[in-house]
Design a binder for this molecule. Structure first.
Ligand SMILES: Cc1cc2nc3c(=O)[nH]c(=O)nc-3n(C[C@H](O)[C@H](O)[C@H](O)COP(=O)(O)O)c2cc1C
Length: 401
């Protein structure tokens, strides 16, 4: 009796590592998000998770992918599925890029270093933000991943020029100019919480910190979080608590225009990506200006609320400029099947932001790796199930809205 029971029930060995144990129980990115929510103080989680105003753009970014339908082919040889693709003339393991996110160390003290190490394992380019918390050179020293540097155009062009030349000297591959942030979107979760960067210590923060002791100890044990790339170049460098909107509105150039791009392009030899394109006419303009790539993006729903999801804009943009300029689709990607859908509509690559931040908050570098693995394996599985063995085989007939 005991013998037959033993043959039926195999005891699982207990995983002693807390992070590993939790990640093993995750089925998807939503599960990882839930762990990050548990680990991080409420204000920090909301800064990462939230969007602008009614969060309509934020919700639409993910629901647009959910609502799309796949039309799989069967009986095609999918014994070997190849996710590789070419971007900027370089072969990449997948069409997945990691989007720039500001103040990353708030999710985990390693911050961008952990993200870059995980990105390298999957051969994914990673964009460091102007508002990053690791320096351009510091990241380049540890990162085997191709690095891109995201530029917010400061009123003081000296700051921009210096960052551009540091990125070039440090071997970065491309510059991402973010063009959807003339002023900061109204992120109402941050407004309600009075969220500042770094978090200001008030009674509510103290209580939140006490409820998340691991996060608080990490924060206290490690070097202070600063805007590492503009530290010392402006009067505010992240060491003073300030509402992000006040910072952005004071430093960023609201007069930035198409005409300003000429100056930026003359200041760098790197590939230039314009991030935040949301209309066909702007995509056409970018192409006629000789820009190397556009990222269709609504900043993950954190800037203008009520916009189309970038993936909904893809077919029109591909029809207008496809083949003339590389097209990156950014926002709402939560599964490998989403990557397949965007590529089928003609995207050359997709970028993900929150997914890797949830991973970072849930389990540091291992959490990021979990997320990247989930995206890549999901992409491979979807391609096999749809009868498409290469990225080139991902064609528009595969999806409908
Ligand atoms: C916490 C956070 C910080 C961000 N910071 C920046 C930034 O500094 N520069 C930038 O161009 N985009 C920034 N973004 C937008 C991302 O680059 C990207 O467009 C967005 O996250 C994509 O949507 P997803 O989060 O649904 O993947 C940020 C997004 C998040 C969630």
């Amino acid at each position: 009796m005991l013998e037959s029971l033993r043959s039926l029930v195999q005891l699982k060995s207990f995983e002693w590592d807390r992070i590993e144990r939790r990640l093993l129980r995750c089925g998807n990115i939503d599960d990882v998000r839930r762990i990050a929510k548990r680990n991080l103080p409420g204000g920090v989680f909301d800064y990462i998770d939230g969007g602008a105003e009614d969060e309509v753009s934020l919700g639409r970014n993910t629901s647009a992918f959910v609502d799309m339908k796949l039309h799989p082919n069967v009986l095609r040889d999918v014994a070997i599925v190849d996710t590789s693709t070419t971007l900027f003339g370089v072969e990449r393991q997948t069409p997945i890029l990691l989007a720039p996110t500001g103040f990353t160390r708030i999710a985990n003290p390693e911050g961008e270093l952990a993200v870059a190490r995980a990105a390298a394992k999957y051969g994914m380019p990673y964009g460091l933000s102007t508002l990053g918390t690791r320096g351009i050179e510091e990241l380049a020293a540890v990162a085997a991943a191709p690095l891109w540097f995201q530029v917010y155009v400061w009123k003081d062009r000296g700051v921009v020029k210096e960052m551009l030349s540091r990125a070039e000297q440090s071997g970065y591959e491309a510059i991402i100019i973010t063009v959807d942030t003339a002023v900061l979107g109204r992120r109402e979760r941050d407004v309600r919480r009075g969220f500042t960067l770094p978090p200001k210590i008030g009674l509510d923060t103290l209580i939140d910190g006490a409820l998340h002791p691991r996060w608080s100890i990490d924060l206290l044990r490690n070097e202070p979080i600063t805007f590492a790339n503009v530290a010392g170049m402006t009067d505010i460098d992240g060491t003073t608590a300030i509402a992000l909107s006040d910072y952005v509105n004071a430093q960023f150039d609201q007069a930035l225009s198409w005409e300003s791009l000429e100056w930026i392009r003359s200041a760098t030899n790197l590939k230039v990506v314009l991030k935040g394109i949301q209309r066909v006419d702007d995509a056409q303009r970018a192409m006629s200006e000789g820009i190397d790539a556009i990222a269709l993006s609504n900043h993950g729903g954190r800037q203008t609320d009520g916009t189309l999801a970038p993936v909904q804009l893809l077919p029109d943009v591909v029809d207008a400029v496809g083949g003339g300029i590389a097209i990156i689709c950014d926002g709402g990607v939560r599964r490998g099947s989403d990557v397949v859908k965007a590529c089928a509509l003609g995207a050359d690559a997709v970028m993900v932001g929150r997914p890797y931040l949830y991973g970072l908050g849930a389990g540091g570098e291992r959490g990021v790796e979990w997320v990247l693995d989930h995206l890549v394996s999901g992409m491979k599985r979807t391609m096999a199930l749809c009868g498409r063995s290469t990225v080139r085989d991902l064609t528009r007939d595969l999806v409908t809205f």
